[in-house]
Structure formats: structure tokens, C-alpha cells
Design a protein. Structure first.
Length: 332
């Protein structure tokens, strides 16, 4: 499954990353982007703010779109209440949903500042929380979800909320919103698969003997150039492999970011074809907790992650966002 995913993403590099960075360089008045400008903001998206009630209504509407009892379960977190969102002196940063135990209920933690990103964070963590309430029926030993499915409900809920934000935005905000979403996808999917391919090549060569710093940097640069394309200048980036702590502390983990993102993209495209038929199958996938492998869990939805075509669904969805972004750039 991982090999099929990596191959599908690598084949999509030119249609997604190369094309997007060429567009962004042009918008910024440059022939090529410096590597530190890959995520530079393009506009004022994020300037719009939401009070707590407004953010709640937007996120709850997204859960209601999904149907079933998803909105009811998300509402529990506001009404009972199971959310710590108010910023205060001494409170740490970050966001998470903690399942506590299967016999109690989850708690969501975040710091609400009213920005668009906070709306998406709230949706993300409530996705985790709803997932945890559904899986709790499996009991303490089987409620925990395997790594391959752990981010499914959170990314899905965030995606639904992003679609709603995008539909309500002005053209100027749509461009900046799309840019942010595409760049999140490039960092999560394209960049992490480049990291994965670098790490794999490094260990394959290391099996035959030690590698010099120069050779490690060469492999790194080759993979990053292949992924980001000719519109990104990587001069001075040769040794940045040394800052990625995963390569040392969590070897062969980085693919998991792309795995979760593309898996959810396939689920969202499946839902688009038959929203009503999708909801009960998706609910069951979440309620199964850790009782099934990801292959078994996806089978009722007609999805096979060992088939390269499965991963292409996700890369095409990201490509579609680039299409929308390009159309807005041309129209403006």
C-alpha cells in the first residue's frame, strides 16, 4: 500500500507541485521561488474573524451536512461542555482531543482566537472527538484506532468545514484560502513522500556501507528537486535533511502523513458520489475503532488501498484545487 501511494504521488508531482509553485512564483513577481518562500502568504485570507458562537455554528453545519448522528455527537462537546477553548495566562499552546477512557468521554483542548484557522482546528479536533465517542463502544482494549486511520475523522471534518468556508468567501479570499489549503496538501503529501523516498534510498544504500555527508545531501537534493520542481530554488537546502527528527527518532514514519491525507481525500470523493449511502458506511468505519485493519475497514466502501488507483483519487482531488487556484489567477 505504501509503495502504491508513493508511486502515485511521485507521478503526480508535475501536475500538482511543479504547476502550483510556477503559478505562485509568477504571482510574487519572481522567476523562481526561494525555498523559504514556498509558504509565503498571498493575500488577506485569515483576516476575517469569528466569535465563538459563529465558529460553533459553522462547524456544526458541516457536521450536519454529513448526516446521521454526527451533528448530535459534536453538539455534546459544546453543551455538556467537553471543550477547553478559552485562552488564558499560563495555558499551553496546541490542540488535541483526548479520549480519556472508553467508559467516560473525550475532552477537546484548543485556544480559540477567532481566526479561520481556529475554525478548521475546532472542526479537526471535534472530528477526533466524535470518532472517539463512536469507537468507545468497542471498550478499552479495542477503542483506539490504528495509526493508518487515526486522522480519518479529523481531516474529514476539517475538509467539510473548509469547503463551507470556501463557498462563502470572496474571490480574493478564495485565492488565498485555496493557496493555504494547497500548500498544506503539498507539505503533507508531496513533501512527506519526498522525505519517504529520501529515507528509503538512504537506508538502501547504507546496507552496502557508510555514506558520506555529501552523498546523503545529494540524495536529499535529488528527491526534493523532483518533488518541488524547477520553480523552487533549493540552493542552501542541501543539508536540511539533518533537521528532520523523524529520520532519527521515528524511522519510516513520514509516509503516514500522506497516507492519512490521501485516504480522507478518497473518502470525500466517495461521499460526493452518494452522500446518503456513504454516511452509514463511514459511521461504521469510525465505530469499529481498532477492530479492523485499514484494508478491512475500507472494503465496504469499495476502496482498496493496495490498488494505485485508490491513491490517484486523492492526488486528483489536490490537482483539482490547483485547477481552481489557476482559474482564479487567470480571471484576476
Amino acid at each position: 500500500s505504501v509503495d502504491a501511494m508513493a508511486d502515485a504521488v511521485a507521478q503526480a508531482y508535475p501536475r500538482i507541485a511543479h504547476r502550483y509553485y510556477a503559478l505562485k512564483a509568477k504571482l510574487l513577481g519572481k522567476d523562481r521561488l526561494n525555498h523559504w518562500d514556498r509558504n509565503a502568504p498571498l493575500g488577506p485570507a485569515g483576516a476575517k474573524t469569528y466569535d465563538w458562537q459563529g465558529g460553533r455554528e459553522l462547524v456544526m453545519a458541516s457536521f450536519a451536512d454529513l448526516g446521521g448522528d454526527f451533528a448530535e455527537r459534536a453538539g455534546w462537546f459544546f453543551d455538556r461542555p467537553w471543550i477547553d477553548a478559552r485562552p488564558r495566562a499560563g495555558k499551553q499552546s496546541g490542540a488535541y482531543s483526548h479520549p480519556v477512557t472508553a467508559g467516560t468521554h473525550p475532552y477537546v483542548f484548543l485556544n480559540w482566537m477567532g481566526e479561520r484557522r481556529d475554525v478548521l482546528t475546532l472542526a479537526h479536533e471535534l472530528g477526533h472527538g466524535v470518532h472517539q465517542t463512536l469507537a468507545a463502544e468497542q471498550g478499552g482494549l479495542l477503542a483506539d484506532t490504528p495509526l493508518t486511520l487515526a486522522e480519518t475523522a479529523s481531516i474529514f471534518a476539517e475538509g467539510l468545514t473548509f469547503d463551507r468556508l470556501l463557498s462563502e468567501a470572496t474571490d480574493e479570499d478564495r485565492r488565498a484560502l485555496l493557496a493555504g489549503r494547497i500548500e498544506d496538501g503539498l507539505n503533507t503529501v508531496v513533501r512527506q513522500i519526498a522525505f519517504h523516498r529520501f529515507e528509503t534510498r538512504l537506508h538502501d544504500e547504507r546496507a552496502s556501507g557508510e555514506l558520506s555527508v555529501e552523498r546523503i545531501s545529494q540524495i536529499w537534493t535529488e528527491e526534493l528537486i523532483a518533488s518541488l520542481g524547477p520553480s523552487v530554488d533549493l540552493e542552501g537546502y542541501e543539508n536540511w535533511w539533518a533537521y528532520v527528527s523523524h529520520f532519527v527518532h521515528s524511522p519510516f514514519y513520514v509516509y503516514a502523513y500522506a497516507f492519512g491525507d490521501l485516504l480522507v481525500a478518497a473518502l470525500m470523493e466517495t461521499r460526493a458520489k452518494d452522500p446518503q449511502g456513504f454516511t452509514p458506511l463511514y459511521r461504521q468505519l469510525l465505530a469499529d475503532g481498532g477492530t479492523k485493519t485499514y484494508v478491512e475497514a475500507l472494503e465496504p466502501l469499495g476502496l482498496n488501498p493496495r490498488d494505485p488507483a485508490f491513491w490517484t483519487i486523492g492526488t486528483k482531488r489536490l490537482e483539482g484545487l490547483v485547477d481552481q487556484f489557476e482559474a482564479l489567477c487567470v480571471s484576476n
